[in-house]
Write a protein that binds this ligand. Structure first.
Ligand code: PMP
Length: 426
């Protein structure tokens, strides 16, 4: 049902007629008694099955150097696996540390160490500063924001554009205020916008003057290899750009195989300057005698090399690209031309960013809930869950099976239209 007339242009009578039609559609939707969930960006069971071979590995317990991986040691992770991450992230193997399964945990460790100890270039630990602030491009990843809130770090927002954070806005925040210590960015296929940080934006972020000498960019490349089209973008060379502009310690890259192998049993990695890496490993040495190298070896045997990972990601794409197409199809079919919604058609990553009519996102989520469709709470892509325009909704279509994505999204489109009509008629 495509209506080329923007809803805002309808006469009062036409608006009323349309409202009653869409109310009837919504009642029919409710009557279906659905229970569908588009809330979290989790891999589907079929995606996890792609890595089932891991459960039979490793076939040996010795690494390339002959070390018994079952024992303690090797704090920075198996070199064979570090080589794979280095290739995928476009950095030197010597920059990489491989750890446990969660990159979020690595980010948390780095921030808490900066708070308690300070980094190599910190005048004092961050916790001894009167305030610590991070620049947060929005919409962004909710867990980044909840982590900062938990640690008492203030968040200042800048807009996220298709090519990365708004550089001028970032520059203005970091130039004179030494309490601004960090910036969070998902450079490739960002959560939730799908944005890809261009080399120009990355270069500007790495080169810009900052009042804080220990300013850090948390370069969370969770979706570096998670392409949805043949245009497999290459992430900007954050470490190289930072070193070239005289700020080698600024970026810390994070990645994991959470959405490559098993979300709960993969491997996470970080990559950073030699000085930061030594600082991180020194801190880590007080917390661990070594990572799970059996899991590291299992991953090395499963993939062989970075090309093995790339080939594996194409199998994921085959499974999930149809789900993303279904999201776009459902939204286009119902909402195209109505002037009440905009959405992304991402070329990678795990999310679709849906912006509805200002002031209606919470209502859309509530309507969907009453129709048995769970959506991420409105505002969750903003610090403290506060979307100033109440218009942003993050859609995560990977976990449900395709038929469920289709049903859920047809329902979401009804809710978006109904909420808009209610608002325009009020
Ligand atoms: N960063 C981003 C941007 C994410 O979207 C996610 C998963 N939703 C994570 C990190 C979590 O990564 P991990 O499983 O490695 O902790």
């Amino acid at each position: 049902m495509t209506n080329p007339t923007p809803l805002a242009d309808l006469s009062a009578d036409d608006l009323a007629a349309r409202l009653s039609t869409v109310r009837a559609d919504y009642e029919a939707l409710q009557a279906r008694g659905l229970t569908l969930d588009l809330t979290r960006g989790k891999p589907g069971a079929d995606q996890l099955d792609l890595a089932a071979g891991l459960l039979g590995l490793p076939t040996t317990y010795r690494d390339r150097a002959g070390t018994d991986v079952r024992n303690y040691g090797g704090l920075d992770g198996l070199v064979e696996l570090r080589e794979i991450f280095a290739d995928l992230l476009g950095v030197d193997t010597s920059a990489v540390v491989c750890g446990g399964n969660s990159s979020l945990t690595l980010m948390h460790q780095v921030i808490t160490a900066m708070l308690l100890k300070g980094g190599p270039d910190s005048p004092r630990p961050w916790s001894q500063e009167p305030t610590v602030k991070f620049v947060c491009p929005v919409p962004g990843y909710d867990r980044h924001f909840t982590m900062l809130a938990e640690l008492g770090i203030e968040m200042v927002t800048v807009p996220m554009h298709a090519d990365g954070p708004d550089v001028e806005a970032v520059r203005a925040l970091v130039a004179d205020d030494p309490s601004v210590k960090g910036l969070w960015i998902v450079p490739t296929y960002a959560n939730p916008t799908g944005s890809v940080c261009s080399t120009e934006v990355a270069a500007a972020l790495m080169a810009m003057p900052t009042a804080a000498p220990d300013f850090r960019i948390f370069w969370d490349n969770a979706y570096a290899v998670h392409h949805l089209t043949d245009a497999e973008v290459k992430s900007a060379d954050a470490l190289g750009l930072a070193a070239a502009s005289g700020h080698p310690n600024r970026p810390i890259m994070f990645a994991s195989t959470s959405k490559i192998t098993f979300a709960g049993a993969g491997v996470a990695a970080l990559a950073t300057s030699a000085e930061n890496r030594a600082w991180y490993l020194e801190r880590l040495g007080f917390a661990s005698i070594g990572p799970d190298k059996v899991n590291h070896l299992r991953h090395v045997e499963f993939f062989g090399d970075a090309d093995g990972v790339r080939a594996h990601m194409r199998k994921h794409r085959e499974l999930i690209a149809p789900k993303f197409a279904a999201v776009d199809h459902a939204l286009t079919e119902r909402l195209d031309g109505l002037g009440i919604a905009e959405w992304t058609v991402p070329t990678g990553g795990y999310f679709v960013n849906l912006d509805v009519l200002d002031g209606t996102a919470s209502r859309v989520v509530a309507l969907a809930k009453q129709a048995g469709i769970a959506l991420t709470p409105a505002g969750s892509a903003f610090p403290h869950g506060q979307d100033p325009r109440d218009r942003n909704i993050r859609l995560a279509p990977t976990f449900p099976v395709l038929a469920e994505v289709e049903a859920a999204m047809a329902g979401v489109a009804v809710c978006v239209e109904l909420a808009a009509l209610e608002k325009l008629s009020a």
